[in-house]
Write a protein that binds this ligand. Structure first.
Ligand code: SF4
Length: 350
């Protein structure tokens, strides 16, 4: 784990950490205003702190968590992908996507991923380690600061980068709270504009539902039958499609939010018309109108046997899911030419 950072600590721990440096508790709010409000992580610029304390605060609470290794632009600079190097050399990625009406940051919750989905670049490399809360939160601060410098505002955060967010549960929930609390305790991004994705860790989905947050839950289902899902999403061997959909329905009940179902459409693997019918039926039965399907044309990883479905297959799939009473759209695939499948850039760098 990285050295201790401000964002790893709760309010009481911050008071204690400052007391150890001889600073009174009101400095907690002052520093928080800089970090979450001004998006500044260098205490040397915090001029309302006593000059003599700035270096001590930096050394104790604001280690440099990540430095950019590569920054790639695509889609006329509307998409920016950053590869970060962490203090121990671990690589992670985040992607900033600018749309006319919003700016969305896709962040990583783990370095690598232990879920081993065979069509995913990250899954091939295994799990390096969980990210700390600070490493998750600081991806957001960096992007929010980039947006602020260009006169915009970061409006949405999706946990869809490297890793399985619910496998790093406590740190992800703490990060979500810091992302969504109003300033000066957080970045003030609306909970409804934050999406936490999962491959279907059913007990953790239920736990998240009990946190009383209204973040969007996105379940990467990829097929509605257990036989194929056991292969595409190996964790299905532990929690079946039925268990995952039950947990998703519980989440929809508790949060009052529609659940998003992610489905990477893979040629001749999970794109058959009967699979579209089955998906629509099962979702309608489990979730009624509280669900939306996002089809993702697969972005094939280099050298992989998996490929995207042809356009006609995709259109037919959408039509059939909708015919079962379930809304279904195809996700815009910004950043394809800069290796936007999660983990692809890190895999290339390795
Ligand atoms: S698809 Fe997601 S959960 Fe599966 S291996 Fe890749 S990063 Fe992990």
């Amino acid at each position: 784990m990285p050295p201790k950072h401000w964002a790893d600590l709760d309010h009481e721990a911050r008071i204690e950490a400052l007391a150890e440096l001889g600073l009174p508790r009101f400095r907690v709010d002052q520093i928080a205003r800089h970090y979450y409000g001004r998006l500044e992580a260098d205490p040397l610029t915090m001029t309302d702190l006593p000059e003599s304390a700035r270096v001590a605060v930096r050394d104790a609470l604001f280690p440099e968590l990540m430095s950019p290794v590569r920054v790639l632009d695509a889609d006329d600079e509307e998409t920016q992908k950053t590869l970060w190097k962490l203090h121990d050399g671990t690589l992670l990625e985040s992607v900033l996507m600018r749309y006319p009406d919003r700016a969305t940051l896709c962040i990583s919750s783990q370095a690598g991923c232990g879920m081993a989905c065979p069509f995913c670049a990250t899954g091939q490399g295994g799990l390096d380690r969980n990210l700390s809360t600070g490493e998750i939160v600081d991806q957001v601060r960096n992007a929010a600061s980039t947006m602020q410098r260009s006169g915009g505002r970061l409006s949405n955060v999706v946990f869809m980068g490297m890793g399985e967010p619910l496998a790093n549960y406590k740190r992800v929930v703490s990060a979500v709270r810091q992302i969504t609390r109003p300033a000066p305790e957080g970045f003030g991004i609306s909970q409804r504009s934050v999406t936490v994705s999962t491959v279907g860790l059913a007990p953790a989905i239920r736990k998240l539902a009990d946190e009383d947050m209204s973040v969007t839950l996105a379940v990467s289902l990829h097929t509605a039958d257990d036989e194929l899902r056991d292969e595409l999403v190996p964790v299905n061997n532990r929690w079946s499609v039925a268990e995952v959909l039950d947990a998703a329905a519980y989440y929809a009940d508790r949060s009052g939010r529609r659940v998003s179902i992610e489905y990477a459409l893979i040629r001749d693997i999970n794109d058959q018309p009967w699979r579209a019918d089955l998906l629509g039926k099962k979702l309608h039965r489990a979730l009624g109108s509280r669900v939306h399907v996002n089809l993702i044309p697969l972005n094939p990883t280099p050298g992989s046997k998996w490929d995207a479905s042809p356009r006609e297959r995709q259109d037919e799939f959408v039509r059939r899911v909708i015919a079962q009473g379930v809304p279904c759209t195809v996700r815009d695939t910004k950043g394809q030419e800069i290796a936007a499948a999660c983990g692809q850039l890190a895999a290339e760098e390795r």
